[in-house]
Write a protein of this length. Structure first.
Length: 329
C-alpha cells in the first residue's frame, strides 16, 4: 500500500561508507523495523541499530544519534529546517500514490472556482496530478509554500498550516488530501476558508467543521476551569522540534505577576502517568499543541496550549482564540 524507498537508503549508506547506522521509525512503521534492518544490513556493510523510543514526527528527530552510530535514517517524515543540512541524516518519507483522478472529477462540482490543495507528507505526491485534474475542470488552483517547518509545497503538519496561510487570500476553499482529522483540523483552525477533505484511499469526502466545533467546546471548558487555578505546571519538551522555552518563560512571568505559582517541568515524553506526581491545579504544555487539544481527556487536570494559557491568564480574549501553531523562520 505505501512506498518506502529502501534502495535509496541502502545506496546512501554504501556511498557514504557508514559502519553503523541508526534507524528511527514512527509507531506505524515499527512493525516493519526488523524487515528494514535486515534489508539495509544485507544491502550494505553497515550494522543497523533500531531506535525503540516512540517517535511522533521530525519534531522528534533523534539528534543524539552520534553516541551510537555514524549516521541516522529517519523514516516517515520530511525534515524540519535545518535538519536537512546534517549530511549524516537521511530522510525516507512514506508515500502513498493511488490514482485519485476519478474522485477529484466527481467532487469538482462541489468546489468553488479558486481552490488551494493541501496534503500530509504521505500524499504530497498527489498534489500535482490533483491540480492538473482540477484545472481541466476549469478551476484555478493554488499550492502554498510553508515556512521552514514545512518541506513540500502544500504540505501541512498537525502543528503548522503555513502553506495554507500563504495562499488563503487567493482561494475560496481548500481541498485537503489525506486520512483522519488530525492534520486537516490544524488547517481548519488556521484558515477561515471552507475545507473539503478527500480520503485518497476510500474516496470519502467530508468536512471537519463539526470536529472543529466539538474541539472548540472542549477547549473552552478547559480554559474556563484553568482560570481559577492557583498553581501551574509549565511543561517544556526536550524533543528537538518541540522545545518552546521562550513561550514557557513568557507564561511563567505572567503567572507570577498574577501572584500564582508556576513550576517549570522539562521532559521528553509527556503523558498522563508522568504528570501524576506533580500536584498542581493546571498544566500548560508548550510542546506539541495536539497533546492538549486531542488528548486532554486523559489528563487529571486541565491542560492548555500556549495560546489557550494566554486566555486563561488574561493576555488574550476568547474571541481571539488561535490554534497554537509551531512555526519556524
Ligand atoms: S503536530 Fe506535534 S507531533 Fe506533529 S510535527 Fe507538530 S509538534 Fe510534532
Amino acid at each position: 500500500m505505501f512506498n518506502l524507498d529502501l534502495n535509496a537508503a541502502a545506496s546512501w549508506i554504501k556511498k557514504r561508507g557508514y559502519g553503523t547506522v541508526a534507524i528511527q521509525l514512527p509507531e506505524g512503521l515499527k512493525m516493519d523495523a526488523l524487515r528494514i534492518s535486515d534489508f539495509l544490513s544485507s544491502s550494505s556493510d553497515a550494522d543497523i541499530i533500531v531506535l525503540g523510543d516512540p517517535c511522533y514526527g521530525a519534531c522528534d528527530l533523534f539528534t543524539d544519534y552520534r553516541r551510537y552510530a555514524d549516521a541516522l535514517i529517519h523514516f516517515g517524515h520530511s525534515p524540519i529546517h535545518p535538519q536537512e543540512n546534517d549530511e549524516d541524516i537521511f530522510f525516507v518519507e512514506v508515500r502513498v500514490n493511488p490514482d485519485i483522478g476519478g474522485y477529484i472529477r466527481e467532487l469538482s462540482d462541489k468546489l468553488p472556482k479558486k481552490v488551494g490543495i493541501l496534503a500530509t507528507v504521505q500524499y504530497v505526491g498527489l498534489i500535482t496530478a490533483a491540480k492538473a485534474t482540477l484545472e481541466e475542470m476549469g478551476k484555478e488552483v493554488f499550492i502554498g509554500r510553508g515556512d521552514g517547518r514545512i518541506f513540500h509545497p502544500g504540505q501541512v503538519l498537525g502543528c503548522n498550516f503555513t502553506s495554507a496561510m500563504s495562499v488563503q487570500d487567493k482561494v475560496d476553499a481548500f481541498l485537503y488530501l489525506g486520512e483522519g482529522d488530525f492534520h486537516p483540523l490544524a488547517a481548519a483552525f488556521g484558515v477561515s476558508k471552507p475545507m473539503t477533505v478527500l480520503n485518497p484511499i476510500t474516496g470519502e469526502v467530508r468536512s471537519v467543521d463539526e470536529a472543529k466545533e466539538r474541539m472548540l467546546r472542549k477547549r473552552f471548558a478547559a480554559i474556563e476551569s484553568a482560570k481559577s487555578a492557583e498553581s501551574f505546571l509549565v511543561i517544556v519538551c526536550t524533543k528537538s522540534g518541540q522545545d518552546r522555552s521562550t513561550s514557557a518563560d513568557m507564561l511563567i512571568k505572567r503567572i507570577e505577576e498574577l501572584g500564582k505559582k508556576a513550576y517549570r517541568l522539562v521532559m521528553n515524553e509527556i503523558g498522563p502517568d508522568a504528570l501524576l506526581p506533580y500536584r498542581v491545579d493546571a498544566y500548560i504544555n508548550t510542546a506539541c499543541p495536539r497533546i492538549a487539544m486531542d488528548d486532554s481527556a486523559r489528563y487529571q487536570k486541565p491542560m492548555l496550549t500556549v495560546t489557550e494559557a494566554e486566555i486563561a491568564l488574561g493576555l488574550r480574549e476568547w474571541e481571539k482564540y488561535e490554534f497554537d501553531a509551531i512555526t519556524n523562520p
